[in-house]
Write a protein that binds this ligand. Structure first.
Ligand code: RIB
Ligand code: CA
Length: 309
């Protein structure tokens, strides 16, 4: 029985690779995509989601646009990482189909209400839409089959020394999300930096034909810095969050209490993780079966590549 999945994202190089995995895995049923401002502005993340939908062929999956800005703070993007267009130097055909009429927050609430206990919610961008949905309808915390984020870290950050980008971009939203009445599965940098699309992976992905040449490899290498000998490859952060829903057996997770710093002069956006909590609010991913992960991902991508040959 396929697992239904709703992805809130900010495409984004790795968000695009995550959508490709969700679309290509026959054990996942992508029921919706919602977009948020994050890596680049909302208009661009939504445009990218719409173009990916038609290019990859999941035309019947609704795409609903959400929050353009964080709950209270100024917009802070990652265009320096993902490129001004959000997909590096990948250029896809303009989308013909338009976004869903509903705001992402309403779409998330209505979709979960209609299928309580059936849909795995995944967030791979700033948590603004999820926080707004929780504030409007706290019951979504009960309606989800599970809730997984790419975000946070229990060691170092990437947006700052202390904070990972998705949390740092909207710390107030992240605090609302971790304080809600559910168990968040946190796929943070400690896990995702184990999922490097390194030279060996890239050489295998290059065998996947036109889809690889036009999309997968450019996405997976755009900010790969081969001149930096310390740089083994590009971490496909968001792919890990979708992979967790499909193949949790590839991950080790530990119960923890996660609190989000929203006031620290140097630590705002930090996820403070207690692995010995009185009461856990999260399962935090610590270890990835790296060979198993790439075998799974490459097998799904090869399946999609055959459809695009
Ligand atoms: O820190 C990595 C996260 O920030 C990923 O979701 C990437 O797409 C960016 O949004
Ligand atoms: Ca993202």
């Amino acid at each position: 029985m396929a697992r239904s999945i709703l992805i809130d994202c900010d495409p984004g190089l790795d968000d695009a690779l995550a959508l490709l995995l969700a679309h290509g895995d026959p054990n996942l049923n992508l029921v919706g995509v919602t977009t948020v401002g994050g890596n680049v502005g909302l208009e661009t993340t939504t445009r990218n989601a719409l173009q990916l939908r038609e290019y990859l062929g999941f035309d019947k999956v609704p795409v609903a646009a959400g929050a353009a800005e964080p709950l209270t703070r100024q917009v802070r993007d990652a265009a320096h990482v993902h490129g001004a267009g959000g997909l590096g130097d990948v250029v896809l055909p303009e989308a013909v189909l338009e976004a869903h009429d509903d705001h992402a927050v309403d779409f998330i609430i209505d979709t979960l209400r209609a299928a309580p206990g059936s849909i795995h919610l995944v967030a791979t961008g700033p948590l603004t839409n999820i926080a707004l949905a929780l504030e409007r309808e706290p019951a979504i915390a009960r309606w989800v089959a599970s809730f997984t984020i790419m975000g946070g870290s229990y060691t170092r950050g990437n947006a700052t020394v202390a904070a990972e980008f998705n949390i740092w971009a909207d710390p107030e939203a992240a605090r609302i999300v971790f304080d809600a009445d559910w168990r968040v599965t946190m796929i943070g940098l400690d896990l995702t930096l184990q999922a490097q699309a390194n030279a060996a992976v890239i050489s295998r992905l290059k065998e996947l034909g036109k889809l690889a040449d036009h999309l997968i490899v450019p996405l997976a290498t755009f900010y790969f810095n081969p001149n930096d000998e310390d740089w083994d490859g590009q971490a496909v952060h968001d792919v890990c969050a979708v992979a967790y829903v499909a193949r949790p057996d590839l991950f080790t997770v530990r119960p923890a209490r996660v609190d989000v710093e929203t006031n620290g002069e140097f630590t705002t956006g930090m996820t403070v993780v207690d692995f010995d909590p009185p009461i856990a609010n999260a399962n935090v991913a610590t270890h990835l079966d790296v060979p198993g992960f790439w075998a799974y991902v490459e097998n799904v991508y090869a399946r999609v590549a055959r459809e695009h040959s």
